[in-house]
Design a protein around this ligand. Structure first.
Ligand SMILES: Nc1ncnc2c1ncn2[C@@H]1O[C@H](COP(=O)(O)OP(=O)(O)OP(=O)(O)O)[C@@H](O)[C@H]1O
Ligand SMILES: [Mg+2]
Length: 234
């Protein structure tokens, strides 16, 4: 469904990712792992059209993404939940969710999507009128994921959804992502919490200094000595 072939991207003259090739199948959950600065967020930004490619191609359901603006990428059904839960603090929870459904593909389904998101995240339903900026960190993370779901995405890209969350909240977040995946949404998950990520995804890629150094099934990676030493503390 999503295919990156030899993708490179740079910020100014400084290369950030080089020759990255990734596949995500329909309804699949795929992980993108790696240390700080490896290029994980840049890869998601490249898919969303937020950084310019210097080489390679990206296609989604057969359509070339390189030539279309970010809002059109959204329109194709790719939701990007960026790192650092960027909710609109001065807007209510419900207003934030509604913003997620502005794309023409999602607008007619808005009421149903709200019901769905409130079903997955009852906490958001309870607090629908609260200003997003006054929600706790974990609640804001749920809101960011919920806003992504409002697009009725075919592919949901999540950038470190568990970052900064207490262990219990982290568990909840992963449960919710798993629930969303089981409803048929493909997931591309960026995570530093490698053991948790591998328990959710079917396959994963490991990025190091801007390049993919390894990929395999979750079981293969969990049993890989290099992955164990570098990311699993074994
Ligand atoms: N806006 C920017 N301008 C210049 N360089 C950037 C910018 N954003 C990222 N970079 C650089 O690109 C490289 C990849 O960064 P990226 O944010 O993709 O890493 P990451 O894997 O998401 O790291 P983290 O786990 O810390 O979020 C890094 O060397 C980073 O310093
Ligand atoms: Mg990042």
């Amino acid at each position: 469904m999503l295919k990156l072939e030899g993708v490179s991207a740079a910020y100014g003259n400084v290369p950030a990712i080089r020759g990255v090739s990734i596949d995500v199948g329909e309804g699949e959950a795929v992980g993108l792992l790696g240390a700080n600065g490896a290029g994980k967020s840049t890869t998601l930004r490249a898919i969303s059209g937020l950084v310019r490619l210097t080489a390679g191609r990206i296609s989604f359901m057969g359509q070339d993404l390189a030539s279309i603006p970010p809002y059109r990428v959204t329109e194709l059904g790719i939701a990007h939940v960026p790192e650092g839960r960027q909710v609109f603090p001065e807007m209510s929870v419900q207003e934030n969710l509604v913003v997620g459904s502005y794309a023409p593909r999602a607008k007619p389904e808005r009421a149903r999507s709200l019901e769905l998101v409130y079903g997955i995240f009852p906490r958001l339903a309870e607090r629908r009128d609260q200003l997003a900026g006054t929600m706790s960190g974990g609640e804001q993370q749920m809101l960011a994921v919920g806003r992504g779901m409002m697009l009725k995405p075919r592919l949901l890209m999540l950038d470190e959804p568990s970052l900064g969350l207490a262990p219990v909240m982290c568990d909840v977040t992963f449960e919710k992502i798993s629930e969303i995946h089981k409803m048929g949404t493909a997931i591309l998950l960026v995570e530093q919490n490698v053991s948790r990520a591998l328990s959710l995804v079917q396959r994963a890629y490991v990025l190091e200094s801007g390049s993919i150094i390894m990929h395999g099934t979750s079981a293969e990676l969990a049993n890989n000595k290099q992955v164990q030493a570098a990311y699993l503390g074994i």
